[in-house]
Ligand binder design. Structure first.
Ligand SMILES: [Zn+2]
Ligand SMILES: [Zn+2]
Length: 404
């Protein structure tokens, strides 16, 4: 096993036209119980533009020298590497308990914590007796307060979290140091931790349970990398070989952000316009739905609308460096269960399918893509460890209650 035990293993619809909105729709069947004992929401938020944005990629879980067990991984090295592989954003998440909660005077105050090209989010790994989580913020926040209430009851922590205005995410939710707090105070969950894809099956199960129970939680990735490549051979440690197998970008989390700003990255993470790829060069899974079947996408992953009772056409597209002449396996998961398996080939592999979400009760669809690994020369042993996992989408949602 290459990871230290402390790191827990834990479309385009042709041309994507600007069909933007599904405005608020009234419930047509008040008073009727749905299959999952909820009413369909009376209104859902307007869907944001599908074209007025930018895809940005990054890593949301990386440890620098400010985490005590990290080796050869100064902030500058992490940022330079991220830039070299085309990362747009990064969150360095050092263990807060290693500095008694004072990340503001360690990681964030490090003179190397700056970049002219990579958007640096503010965060830390909230490292507590009841497990680990990552707060994400576009600007500095009072992390000490979150650290100080870590052993309080969840209602107290939830209030502090709200006051801090941060996005909170569960880390490696199954296994050692799993997130042991209420998921009701979260915006996202780390469904793909580190290069070892096979270790994430239980995290995916937890995610499906949360989604099925009406919690619109974004699935995200995080390498949890702790160890950099030594500058000279004499600096090598017993964990240095991890740098060749699990480092920044294994996996890579893509967000469809309104613009190239840290705030837009955090907002996209919150609203779920997110997918995860095995590495920065692996193709991105885009997932769209055409609600009125006019040939134009109306919504994408992360979006929620009210079911009309009519069939919806779904479109999946692999964008980026696809391996030509090979077939990708596209698995569609509906409400936690396998819905269908499709094969896709070509320069821009696509799959389309049609289904009718229930008029009452919630429905979600998400995508898992398997196939040949894409080369990641900077982390050459990663391709074997991520096996045939190419990417994951976030769900497209129907009838989820925005006020849940
Ligand atoms: Zn952790
Ligand atoms: Zn970690």
């Amino acid at each position: 096993m290459i990871l230290k035990k402390n790191s827990k293993m834990p479309l385009l619809m042709g041309a994507l036209c600007t069909v933007l909105l599904t405005s608020c729709i009234s419930s047509s069947a008040p008073g009727q119980a749905s299959l999952n004992n909820t009413l369909a929401p009376t209104e859902v938020p307007r869907i944001a533009s599908l074209t007025d944005g930018v895809w940005l990629k990054g890593d949301l879980h990386v440890h620098s020298r400010h985490s005590k067990e990290s080796t050869n991984n100064p902030v500058e090295k992490i940022i330079a590497f991220s830039k070299s592989v085309g990362m747009d954003y990064l969150c360095i998440t050092d263990h807060d308990n290693h500095v008694n909660g004072d990340v503001a005077h360690h990681t964030w105050a490090d003179p190397e914590f700056k970049s002219d090209s990579v958007l640096l989010l503010y965060g830390a790994e909230w490292t507590t007796t009841r497990g680990h989580g990552n707060p994400f913020s576009a600007k500095p926040y009072d992390h000490q307060r979150l650290y100080d209430v870590r052993d309080q009851r969840d209602v107290v922590i939830g209030e502090v979290k709200k006051e801090l205005g941060i996005h909170l995410s569960a880390n490696h939710p199954s296994g050692k140091d799993h997130f042991g707090y209420s998921y009701d105070m979260l915006e996202s969950i780390e469904v793909w931790n580190s290069v070892l894809w096979s270790k994430n099956a239980n995290a995916i199960m937890i995610w499906d349970d949360m989604l099925s129970s009406g919690r619109k939680l974004t699935g995200r990735g995080g390498s949890d990398a702790h160890h950099g490549t030594p500058d000279t051979p004499d600096k090598a440690t017993e964990n240095s070989r991890q740098a060749k197998a699990n480092y920044v970008g294994t996996p890579t989390t893509w967000v469809y952000a309104k613009d190239r700003t840290s705030q837009a990255v955090v907002d996209a993470l919150t609203n779920g316009r997110v997918c995860i790829s095995a590495n920065p060069y692996a193709p991105r899974v885009e997932f769209y739905a055409d609600i009125d079947q006019d040939g134009n996408a109306d919504m994408m992953m992360g979006d929620n609308t009210k079911s009309t009772g009519k069939p919806v056409k779904f479109h999946i597209q692999l964008t980026g460096n696809t391996v030509s002449e090979v077939s990708y396996t596209v698995n569609v998961v509906k409400n936690g269960n396998k819905f269908g398996t499709f094969q896709a080939t070509g320069k821009t592999p696509t799959v389309e399918f049609t289904d009718t979400p229930e008029t009452l009760g919630r429905t979600y669809y998400r995508i898992v893509v398997e196939g040949p690994p894409t080369a990641y020369p900077q982390v050459p042993e990663s391709m074997t460890l991520s096996e045939n996992m190419v990417g994951l989408s976030n769900p497209i949602y129907f009838n989820f209650d925005p006020n849940f």
